[in-house]
Design a protein around this ligand. Structure first.
Ligand code: HPA
Length: 275
């Protein structure tokens, strides 16, 4: 939301939704949020209509390399889906309620399901660079919550249940489609942290001890907002680096984007079967 605007969060979302409705020709039940380097997914879209974030009233603008900043509506196997290429991170300086603003807007347009993807570091020592992990649960290490404050209550209840944020039915379907496509999937718990500094060795051991399998800087706020609005959620991490490298690989944002682009091709095919 824009804090300088006199409109409420809900009114800002309504204006953004009104604009999107005025320039698009279809409706979609599912939104796919693409993580760093996963933009190749847009090649799966037919008849894609592209709306730049800049043109949508009150939309934040993504500032990270590897994130393009476009909302798209396109068809996959005859069904319309929304795609966000470029998401908003807390480490960019946005408040958590701003990072989930696009979901608020699309909920006003009837959104029912969310597929989130992200680039993440592997905490589980069995994981290797390039692995795909189905997110079965998460641990929230953000210092605040996207539902903090009264504005969030215009979109759902105060205390949403989080005992099953990732849809078991959708997870089962993802596993069976992956089998059919010959894609091997890991499963695990995603730890959401603010970043942008990476983890110390002590933090890596701590997150692993807590039960984390992968760590990244996004996804958790979006999943919480989606859950509050009663959406069905599915999540994937691309393991772009091992937090404790087995072969002394060094970490860089470029290598994260590169690995995500490669592994993203498999993920792209899988998500296309799941929307
Ligand atoms: N830590 C946090 N976020 C990340 C990582 C990591 O190792 N890799 C990609 N995103």
């Amino acid at each position: 939301m824009h804090y300088t605007s006199k409109l409420t969060y809900l009114e800002q979302a309504q204006q953004a939704a009104g604009y999107i409705q005025s320039v698009t020709k279809g409706e979609a039940d599912v939104l796919v949020i693409l993580g760093s380097g996963l933009g190749g997914f847009v090649n799966e879209l037919e008849e894609a209509q592209v709306i730049s974030y800049q043109s949508i009233p009150f939309f934040p603008i993504s500032t990270v390399e590897g994130h393009s900043g476009q909302l798209m509506l396109g068809k996959i196997k005859g069904k319309f889906v929304w795609v966000m290429s470029g998401r908003f991170h807390y480490y960019e300086g946005y408040e958590l309620e701003e990072t989930v603003f696009p979901l608020r807007v699309l909920s006003l347009l009837g959104l029912k399901g969310l597929i989130v993807s992200n680039a993440a570091g592997g905490l589980n020592p069995d994981f290797s660079v390039g692995d795909l992990m189905l997110i079965t649960d998460h641990i929230d290490k953000f210092p605040s919550n996207a539902l903090r404050g009264k504005d969030a209550m215009d979109f759902g209840i105060r205390f949403p249940d989080m005992s099953e944020p990732y849809s078991q039915a959708w997870i089962a379907q993802a596993k069976s489609e992956a089998l059919g496509l010959g894609i091997s999937l890991r499963e695990g718990t995603y730890v959401g942290v603010t970043g942008p500094s990476l983890e110390t060795k002590a933090e890596i051991n701590y997150y692993r001890t807590l039960g984390g399998d992968a760590v990244g800087m996004s996804t958790v706020p979006e999943v919480i907002a989606a859950q509050q609005m009663g959406m069905k959620v599915l999540g994937f991490s691309v393991i772009t680096n091992e937090c404790i490298p087995k072969n002394n690989q060094s970490f860089s944002h470029d290598s994260v984007v590169e690995v995500a682009q490669q592994a993203g091709r498999k993920l792209q095919k899988l998500i296309a079967c799941l929307v």
